[in-house]
Design a protein around this ligand. Structure first.
Ligand code: GLY
Ligand code: MN
Ligand code: MN
Length: 439
């Protein structure tokens, strides 16, 4: 991302904070997988959003109006030995010359330097509860300032949650962010097609997952979340990640997988018959979900409220299940009693961005949020009928279907970022197993 983007974001936040404020953001921690093996490091989204600095053991400081520099970075010092083993470390000098900080210090000096900066401010912007160790450190610094002798000692007396304003900024995607999300969507769509093309009975779910990993990694990106590859009854488990069953003729396969491109996620689900041909009951349920998806998409435009796509999807799912005999009774009553929740138990979408379930309030002053250009959300209705569901004929059991796309609210409607990936049943059928047929 262009460095100007980070400058713009910091300026936007500092304008909101005003003089006399300080914002403090720690980087995310290195997490241990087992013993001395670490998980792949992923920077904290808020920290990354403001700094573009990808290293652990860093703390970013913003002090609007500070004459000798508004953006300060504490980071690891350079270390020849550690760099031999682990690779690049910017170090304070390069944090300034290459990474945009106005001033930078070794992280080991934070105890000596940060309290002095805090002391000069009236308000501290900080998000409590994410990094408990750092919370304690900060409380320690503030307590020391409070206990400092002399009534003239200045100290901040206001703590303001940083995540509220910051997450509101993150909800509105800039041109550069939309461009990253389009790239995530493009690679993800390619991966889904690739998986459909090789799908056939006898493969294991993890072989489908491998197609995603291959396509993601060959494009230099990683999975934004653990892929869900659920065949047969597994398609009815919403967050199934075992991915180890052998797929059978006649199964449906639900695949929910997306990549993260430059810290921006795609989140896409397609469901298809493993053998390339929906059975009649599978197709009937599929078309209900597809209609619900379409109805929801039609509600994604500026001025509509957040819940409108969901309400539209619930109505279509309820009507469809009633038509197929899975729900019985007057439509109005079924809607009032939320009868469809038995089969469609999640919401129709969520914000999408640097996090898969992205930040941003869904309600403002107790009212559903009004959709505005720049917001990105998923649209993902589903119907799940696990084996053994009481009161449901056998032929419907084991069907789990979700169709999920990523949608940008535009000035005059919406743009489906993942539109290149077919979703209607005939098009899906022609993609499944295509590699096999052409060989
Ligand atoms: N992949 C998780 C979700 O669809 O919300
Ligand atoms: Mn989703
Ligand atoms: Mn998903």
């Amino acid at each position: 991302m262009n460095p100007k983007e980070f400058i713009r974001r910091r300026k936007q936040l500092m304008r909101m904070m005003g003089r006399g404020s300080i914002a403090i953001l720690p980087s995310s921690r290195v997490k241990i997988r087992s013993r001395d093996v670490e998980y792949a490091y992923r920077q904290d989204s808020d920290f990354q959003y403001l700094t573009g600095f990808a290293e652990p053991e860093s703390v970013a400081i913003l002090v609007p109006g500070r004459a000798s520099g508004e953006y300060l970075l504490f980071c690891r010092e350079r270390n020849k030995l550690r760099e031999t083993w682990d690779g690049y470390r910017a170090g304070p000098k390069r944090a300034i010359s290459l990474h945009g900080a106005d001033d930078a210090f070794p992280i080991t000096d934070i105890n000596d330097i940060l309290p002095g900066l805090i002391e000069q401010c009236d308000r501290i912007y900080y998000t409590m509860g994410v990094y408990p160790d750092f919370d304690q450190q900060l409380i320690g610094w503030v307590t020391t300032l409070r206990n400092k002798s002399g009534s003239s000692a200045h100290r901040p007396d206001e703590f303001i949650s940083l995540d509220h304003p910051l997450h509101d900024f993150r909800l509105y995607k800039s041109r550069a962010e939309v461009s990253a999300m389009r790239s995530a969507a493009r690679i993800t769509a390619k991966a889904h097609k690739r998986a459909m093309n090789v799908c056939q009975p006898g493969l294991f779910e993890y072989e489908i997952e491998a197609e995603f990993l291959h396509e993601f990694h060959r494009n230099g990106v990683c999975a934004a979340y653990p892929s869900i590859v659920g065949s047969g009854a597994n398609s009815c488990t919403l967050h199934y990640t075992g991915n180890n069953r052998q797929m059978q003729d006649g199964d449906l396969l639900l695949v929910d997988a997306g990549c993260e491109y430059n810290y921006y996620a795609a989140d896409v689900t397609r469901t298809y018959p493993v053998n390339g041909k929906f059975t009649e009951p599978q197709r009937a349920i599929y078309d209900v979900v597809l209609d619900a998806h379409q109805a929801a998409i039609e509600c994604v435009e500026p001025g509509r409220m957040w819940n409108e796509p969901h309400d539209a999807a619930v109505r279509v799912v309820t009507q469809g299940l009633k038509r197929l005999g899975l729900l019985k009774g007057p439509l109005a009553k079924l809607l009032r009693t939320e009868a469809s929740k038995k089969f469609f138990m999640h919401r129709t979408g969520h914000w999408l961005g640097m996090d898969v379930h992205d930040v941003g309030d869904y309600k403002v002053a107790d009212q559903w949020r009004v959709l505005e250009p720049g917001m990105v959300m998923t649209v993902e209705p589903g119907i799940y009928i696990p084996p053994g569901t009481r009161g449901v004929a056998k032929r419907w059991q084991g069907i789990g279907i979700r169709i999920e796309d990523d949608v940008l609210v535009t000035r005059d409607g919406c743009d489906i970022l993942t539109k290149d990936l077919p979703r209607d049943a005939d098009a899906i059928e022609s993609l499944v197993g295509a590699t096999l047929r052409s060989s």
